[in-house]
Design a binder for this molecule. Structure first.
Ligand code: FES
Length: 173
């Protein structure tokens, strides 16, 4: 979706327009730009301008942040998008593919938290009536630390390592 310079200028958004339409503050726009998540250019009047496509990037950044994805993970994914032209539907599809695993993990953990919090999570506390049935004498401790029934990966430092390993495997796939 290449635009001529005239078209680009006509479609361009001033900082205030971009912030208003995206539902963020001007400071947030500048912050995203300082983190390399979005970019702008200066027009002949030396005023900062954003392409309309930046609205989609900001929308994706904000929704991704609200699901708990870090700016680092978001930036890694946005870096898959082509520079210098508006990303196509296929480009966005590739991006969402790179996030699929991470999001599936989160959905699984959130669903676990929603559905299992009233039962034994295998954490070793043995404080619920059901614990002796699900985790007699904390037998699950043999499998490792953390809530073995709720989130087996959640075990202090090593969960970050195992998640990064998983993520690297996903990006490589
Ligand atoms: S909830 Fe902690 S061991 Fe069952």
């Amino acid at each position: 979706m290449k635009h001529s310079t005239a078209e680009k200028s006509a479609r361009a958004l001033a900082v205030g327009q971009g912030a208003e339409r995206a539902g963020v503050s001007i400071a947030t726009l500048h912050f995203y730009e300082s983190k390399g998540l979005i970019d702008s250019w200066r027009n002949s009047g030396n005023q900062r301008r954003y392409s309309r496509e930046v609205l989609r990037r900001i929308a994706v950044i904000r929704v991704a942040q609200r699901t708990g994805l870090s700016l680092k993970v978001i930036k890694e994914a946005l870096s898959l998008l082509p520079a210098g032209r508006a990303p196509s539907a296929e480009d966005w599809k590739q991006l969402s593919k790179s996030w699929r695993g991470e999001l599936e993990d989160r959905i699984q953990r959130l669903t676990g938290l929603r559905d299992q919090l009233d039962g034994c999570i295998g954490c070793g506390c043995l404080s619920l009536e059901v614990c002796p049935l699900r985790n007699p004498r904390d037998v699950l401790a043999k499998q490792g630390p953390g809530p073995r029934l709720l989130d087996p990966d959640c075990s202090g430092g090593s969960d970050t390592k195992s998640r990064t390993k998983k993520k690297k495997a996903r990006f490589a796939s």
